[in-house]
Design a protein around this ligand. Structure first.
Ligand code: ZN
Length: 90
């Protein structure tokens, strides 16, 4: 299921609110799935990334941004449900 109003990066879970934050395909087209931090020119920027690692990074970032801990936890867990990490599920 995809939200109609905004794109959420299917790698890190970050909302992609502006076109300039979208990742790019190899032909330069904008990606509707990933943000530019995760995905550039048709490839993931960090191939060694795992769902576990991404989840930790997201959690860390949310704490840094002074999000409530329960919300940071929720968003970190949400990472595991994103397309990049669950490719077979729709
Ligand atoms: Zn991303």
């Amino acid at each position: 299921m995809r939200l109609k109003t905004k794109v959420v990066c299917q790698s890190c879970g970050t909302p992609v609110e502006k076109e300039i934050f979208k990742g790019t395909e190899i032909n330069g087209a904008l990606s509707d799935l990933y943000c530019r931090r995760c995905y550039m020119f048709g490839a993931f920027t960090d191939n060694a990334m795992t769902a576990e690692k991404m989840s930790e990074i997201v959690h860390q970032k949310m704490i840094e941004l002074k999000f409530p801990r329960y919300l940071a936890q929720l968003l970190a867990e949400h990472v595991h449900t994103l397309k990049r990490w669950v490719p077979s599920k729709n």
